[in-house]
Design a protein around this ligand. Structure first.
Ligand SMILES: Nc1ncnc2c1ncn2[C@@H]1O[C@H](COP(=O)(O)OP(=O)(O)O)[C@@H](O)[C@H]1O
Ligand SMILES: [Mg+2]
Length: 271
């Protein structure tokens, strides 16, 4: 079999059979690659990740993961899903869904404990994640006692604790301050260097070049309207504006209103 982790061919999905969320998605994710799926709100990014995580199945079209077709027929195959859950980690957009244990420590060790990882190995992973994320001081806290940035870090750490081969991230930096976003981007960079395949759904164009090599843009029709290297996709300002990924930014200086496109590149333009 080839090196694709995921292969989707003309995938359709609708909620309750009447709310279309994906309308003909064709894409591949190769082992060890970094892929970003971008698109305005409601274009189907979260739905796509949930299909890649085997939480829903296509209504039409085919979705292969590790060479096996994911469909309703697979639903009862416990051996497959045990292995799949070991390999694929999903970081939800909302950390409150991810963190359900009484303490941060329990949330982080939950996955490896379920998988029967030895206590010594679990401790080793916990120590390493505490160092990487700077969360050692939070271990005995209840998740609801954390700030949004801390919750996000703990949620990602709890998924990395299972040492997944594939990491699916839904808006990992949404609502975070620049420093916390930076830390998360750096962690994802190192994770990729270890060989982890990373698929990120986001509309935060600032981070794309650092977290992805290939980008797929989903449009209002809920299908991919452009694919290419991150740099190339991000260079087409008119296309991004048309698809609601950058906006015309108006601001007032004294009595004059200035209007200009608000772009991802602003922060690294030479001054
Ligand atoms: N639970 C749901 N029930 C019905 N429709 C939904 C549900 N979740 C999402 N949708 C619809 O599916 C489409 C894609 O949503 P979503 O995958 O959340 O988009 P994105 O993550 O890009 O914002 C939207 O039109 C949305 O209204
Ligand atoms: Mg979403």
């Amino acid at each position: 079999m080839d090196k694709s982790v995921f292969a989707l061919e003309d995938v359709y999905f609708s909620y309750l059979g009447k709310f279309p969320a994906l309308c003909g998605i064709t894409m591949q994710v190769q082992k060890g690659s970094r892929v970003a799926v971008i698109g305005a709100n409601g274009t189907g990014k979260s739905t796509l990740l949930s299909l890649l995580d085997g939480l829903s199945f296509p209504d039409r079209g085919t979705l292969y993961a590790f060479g096996e077709q994911l469909s309703e027929r697979m639903a009862g195959d416990d051996d497959f899903w045990r292995l799949f859950r070991r390999k694929v980690g999903f970081v939800f957009q909302n950390p409150d869904i991810q963190l359900f244990c009484p303490s941060v420590r329990e949330d982080i060790v939950f996955g490896p404990l379920q998988m029967g990882v030895s206590p010594a190995e679990i401790n080793k992973r916990l120590e390493s994640l505490c160092a990487v994320f700077g969360i050692a001081g939070l271990l005995e806290r209840q998740p609801h006692q954390l700030s949004i940035g801390e919750k996000k870090k703990v949620a990602i750490a709890s998924v990395l604790a299972i040492e997944p081969e594939v990491l699916l991230l839904d808006e990992p930096t949404a609502g975070l301050d620049p420093q916390t976003s930076r830390e998360i981007v750096d962690i994802l960079f190192k994770e990729h260097e270890k060989g982890t395949t990373i698929v990120t759904a986001t509309h935060d164009l600032h981070i794309i070049e650092e977290i992805a090599d290939a980008v797929h843009v989903i449009g209002g029709q809920k299908r991919i309207i452009r694919s290419g290297p991150a740099e190339q996709v991000l260079a087409d300002q008119a296309f991004l504006q048309e698809n609601n990924l950058i906006h015309t930014h108006s601001h007032r200086h004294k009595d004059t209103v200035h209007t200009h496109p608000h772009t991802h590149c602003d922060h690294h333009q030479p001054r």
